[in-house]
Ligand binder design. Sequence first.
Ligand SMILES: [Zn+2]
Length: 511
Amino acid sequence: VTEKALGETTTYAPDLLYLNGRFERGRALVCDAQGRIAAVTNLESFAERDETTNNVVRLRNRAMLPGMSNAHSHAFQRVIRGRTEYRSEHARDSFWTWREMMYAAASRLTPEDIYDASRMAFLEMALAGITSVGEFHYLHRTASGVEYDDPNLLSKEVVRAARDTGLRIALLRVAYARAGFQRPPDERQRRFIEPDSETFLRNTDALARDLVALESTDAPPSAWVGVAPHSVRAVPLESLRDVCAFASARKFVVHMHVAEQPAEIDACVEETGRTPVALLASEGLLGANFTGVHAVHITPEEVRSLARARACVCACPTTERNLGDGIVPADALFDEGVRLALGTDSHTQIDLLEDARELEYHLRLQRLQRNVLAPTHGARRNTEGRRDVDNEGVREVDNEDVRDDADSSALSKLAARLFECASLNGARSIGADAGEFAAGRAADFFTVDLSDASIAGADEEDLLPSIVFSLSRAAVRDVSVGGRLIVEDGRHAAQDEIVSRFAALQRRLWT
Ligand SMILES: [Zn+2]
């Protein structure tokens, strides 16, 4: 990367640029020296001969879209890909038998292994057009449960992996206190558990300070902290209150696994008399900074309480289908105006557009219908993304047309809504100032090859649905984070090294 002089801009000029729910020709993205979008401009303002002097990068035969935000990741789980797809000795394989295998892998990783596995996951994200990630990180201690000299050593290894790959990262530091309600401690959770909320809060504060110290003052943040009470199973109510109060005092985002598995809900009802979402709602712990991950098994009343709190739901369809979790009721959530983000979670696949299309496809299979999530006229939607958020109280959800209703063509409405989940909604969920081409946002984007076999022949009208429903990951060509290309022509500069280090790790772990 060449250092740019103060005030120097770079202009990226693709054939088509995605703006306000549709593709436009002859538009270009101007990035300032700090890595923010300075403007979206008309390409005609640059004569061909001026292109070099004006630092214009022509991206020929490319369409450019805002970078995607992966709102839920456990990077280290990349090491068990392909190793859990068989019938074990259990009578019936399930989420819980899969978890046994995941624990076994988690207990064996050194700090350096966690770096290598994370870099592999982040590389694959970058190659898929993902420019920021919310890493739900719960490995804190040594395999025997002892604090490292730096209690944030493993968090920092994950952050280092993101920095070295070029992705922005929200390190969602996980609070994990127990095996479950009235359950004896589980040895294999020793790496996750910090004994009390004071320890968790102290370590999280220290990490936040250390990450801020690494930031350059005028660029959009590249790594920051959020908190993640693991689940109602792993965090008792008292600690949950402490963690949420801590987060709102510091304006951190809060992420939490919610209603992924029926057994978790039954245990919560047994302990508190309430289901997880009802518990969070009645305790006043839901808010605009809250993202509930999964929310598969929820009632209509719980959907309404998420909407009232202006909370976000992060669906992870590729993982939810892999683990047999169930189907996120995205239609009910959209109808009530809940924002949805997407995550690749266990990394069975890393392709956020696959998650976007499955959000819709799972409902098609269940309802025996098509275009279930297509916005209908008058559909309600939380519009806070368009304005400043007032953190107090509940604002009425607007009834006016949503942006993708107003601006995108009929062909693109469903695709625009799904793409917004993968981009703007994900960015908001993890606290990244990105996800759309607007002045002041981070200059994070990706391009696709218009001649790729998976989308060839699409024009402005059907390009977005072609991308959302049919794009091959191999069509992603350039990826920018902060105006700097981390992937060029489909390749990452450190790709070979990252892959060979990861292959060596897998050999060590499994042979
Ligand atoms: Zn998860």
